[in-house]
Design a protein around this ligand. Structure first.
Ligand code: ADP
Ligand code: MG
Length: 253
């Protein structure tokens, strides 16, 4: 794509996962995950339902604990030490399928809450930052409304703006368009494309393979708790290696 030249990948490691394993009780949900993500990479994670995609990205910002192996974010080891968890969460933004906005707060308040209370930014400055990012996602005029008054696509753009207000170095997206009506998907994808073009390091779990082709520099295929295959999009789609990847692609494309 034309913007490809702007989307530079640096030598700097953003996330380093080594032999990471996770269990839910007796269920071994992630198996020997090895993954190094460089600053500026746009990674799409694909795979069947239940393959562990959400669990993997939730482990990266410590919404889930892992039991074996290691995860480093910007050089900080993610352990059960709460100090590191706070540091990592402040650098890693996350956007969920179901927006997760606070329904009783206005759009502006949704965006300023964490900057004021977690980052200790003065209210007026937090509001200026919030308006900057609401303008970026093209809904500054909605600032005083409540989430319930917005469409799904608008709410998801607020969720992205709210994350950006914390100035993350990495953004994680977990099926951000799966709960949206079809006509709203592109407005959210356009926002994500814009972020990618600005150099944000992104990991996106998504079934939007058009987005993967256009934006990702690497597609990772997961099945049954493992990374089965990964490649640049062109190779991944045109020349899948494993039978599981071929089967998956034949079902979704
Ligand atoms: P995906 O996002 O690829 O659909 P998930 O990471 O949500 O997969 O889930 C992977 C597997 O772990 C599934 O079998 C799911 O049922 C199971 N699982 C997810 N969350 C939990 C949980 N909190 N407790 C127990 N099992 C879970
Ligand atoms: Mg999931």
């Amino acid at each position: 794509m034309a913007a490809e030249t702007q989307m530079k990948i640096s030598d700097e490691v953003a996330i380093e996962i080594v032999k990471m394993n996770k269990w839910y009780g007796a269920f071994h949900v992630l198996r020997d995950i090895d993954l190094t993500v460089y600053q500026g990479e746009r990674i799409v994670i694909a795979g069947p339902s239940g393959s562990g995609k959400s669990t993997l990205i939730r482990c990266i910002n410590a919404l889930e604990e892992h039991q074996k192996g290691s995860i480093k974010v910007d050089g900080t080891l993610l352990s059960n030490d709460l100090k590191n968890i706070d540091k990592i969460r402040s650098e890693v933004g996350m956007v969920f399928q179901h927006f997760n906005l606070f329904p009783h707060l206005t759009i502006l308040e949704n965006c300023t809450l964490a900057p004021i209370w977690v980052r200790k930014i003065p209210k007026k400055e937090a509001e200026e930052i919030a308006m900057h990012f609401l303008t970026k996602v093209k809904i500054p005029e909605q600032a005083d409304k409540y989430p319930g008054q917005l469409s799904g696509g608008q709410q998801q753009r607020v969720a992205i703006a709210r994350s950006l207000c914390m100035r993350p170095r990495i953004m994680l997206f977990d099926e951000p368009t799966s709960a949206l009506d079809p006509e709203m998907i592109s407005e959210v994808l356009d926002t994500m494309i814009q972020l990618a073009e600005e150099g944000m390091t992104m990991i996106c779990v998504t079934h939007e393979m058009g987005f993967a082709r256009k934006v990702a520099n690497r597609v990772i295929f997961m099945d049954q708790g493992q990374i089965v295959e990964q490649n640049e999009p062109e190779e991944f789609f045109n020349n899948p290696q494993s039978d599981r990847t071929k089967l998956f692609l034949s079902q979704i494309l």
